[in-house]
Design a protein. Structure first.
Length: 95
């Protein structure tokens, strides 16, 4: 032992964050930041898909959100999944 017993006990009492708590804090912060950046990206895909859909279809005549129809939701989901798959593929290729 490099430290005396009483000094070692004081050092251990000063650390409030155990390694497990530190790891949980890191995981939480990463998940939180990914959630913050993913939401605007999903919204951008949805808006772009909606604009493209109404270029080729008749104008929306109902009430509420014009983008809240199944064909636009399907195309948005496809665009997001292809985007994620493409990013993973690029990461694998460059590794």
């Amino acid at each position: 032992m490099l430290l005396r017993q009483d000094t070692q006990t004081k050092v251990m009492q000063k650390t409030a964050f155990t390694p497990l708590r530190r790891m949980l804090l890191v995981v939480f912060s990463l998940s939180f930041t990914f959630g913050l950046t993913n939401t605007p990206m999903l919204y951008a895909y949805r808006v772009l898909t909606c604009q493209e859909y109404y270029r080729h279809h008749k104008p929306y005549e109902g009430t509420g959100d014009q983008c809240a129809i199944p064909p636009i939701d399907v195309q948005t989901a496809k665009a997001v999944s292809f985007s994620e798959r493409g990013r993973r593929w690029e990461q694998m290729r460059t590794s």
